[in-house]
Design a protein around this ligand. Structure first.
Ligand code: 6PG
Length: 254
């Protein structure tokens, strides 16, 4: 089932497996389109547990054998400030589940260096982004930014009440945020960078996200309280894949 809010596409899936299959198809379609148009596919991955099934699916045939991995570049929309082999690292899980299983060159993997201090990691990430974009613009325009959403309405590491994430000219920021038992020191792309993407795809599953999803999509605009509402600058490019449980409070919306 698919429905459109005034400015976004929301697709509701009966099962998580169906959602994952469709996300892999979209990833593949965008990869081929981007490579045909611009010679490379630039993607920013999300952390958390929800995209892990997608990573595993992409790591298996037909995707692992057919996708043009040497032309795909991986970044992360946010990262926790922990070493790359720490189970709290977003890079660690993407590597374990996907990058170790496909022929993507090491030079195409542009991780946020969570082992550095917050200040050094911000500087290093900005430098990597600028170097990568050298032939285009100051910062790359991502072909795909993959996002999740927390039960408090955060996305990437844009948390409720985070100060300064809208400052002009700030594209990468360090934040401290307690969420579940996850590492609190983090780095995040800001809306200025995320909203410039050609396609943004949210993956949201589970009943614990239902209230936040309903508020983010249909509640009053309150960017401090529901940071995922900040992801909307280029409406045609924002798609939400959600499962039935997360969508349980959306049912009677038009
Ligand atoms: C992170 C994220 C974060 C995540 C949400 C949802 O690094 O923690 O990128 O924004 O996507 O917290 O996490 P789950 O998928 O585990 O619910």
């Amino acid at each position: 089932m698919s429905q459109s809010t005034f400015d976004m596409t929301v697709q509701i899936f009966a099962t998580r497996d169906g959602l994952t299959q469709e996300a892999a198809k979209l990833f593949s379609k965008l990869a081929w389109q981007s490579i045909t148009a611009r010679g490379r596919f630039t993607v920013a991955l999300s952390g958390g547990s929800t995209p892990q099934a997608l990573f595993s699916l992409l790591a298996a045939p037909p995707y692992s054998t057919k996708l043009p991995w040497s032309s795909i570049h991986f970044f992360w929309g946010d990262e926790r400030l922990v070493p790359p082999d720490d189970p709290g690292s977003n890079y660690y899980h993407a590597t374990r589940l996907l990058l170790n299983h496909v022929p993507v060159p090491q030079t195409n993997i542009h991780r946020i260096k969570g082992e550095l201090s917050a200040q050094d990691a911000v500087q290093d990430t900005i430098k990597q982004l600028r170097d990568f974009a050298a032939d285009e613009r100051t910062f790359p325009r991502f072909d795909l930014v993959l996002l999740g959403m927390g039960s408090d309405g955060h996305t990437a590491s844009l948390f409720p009440g985070s100060p300064g994430i809208e400052e002009t000219g700030v594209y990468v920021k360090s934040v401290t945020a307690l969420y579940e038992n996850r590492p609190a020191q983090r780095l995040t792309f800001t809306p200025a960078l995320i909203n410039d993407a050609r396609q943004i795809l949210f993956l949201v599953t589970g009943a614990n996200k239902a209230e936040a999803l309903s508020m983010v999509l249909y509640g009053p605009r309150d960017l401090e309280k529901w940071p995922a509402q900040r992801i909307q600058a280029n409406p045609a490019a924002v798609t939400w894949f959600v499962d039935q449980q997360a969508a349980s409070l959306l049912e009677n919306r038009d």
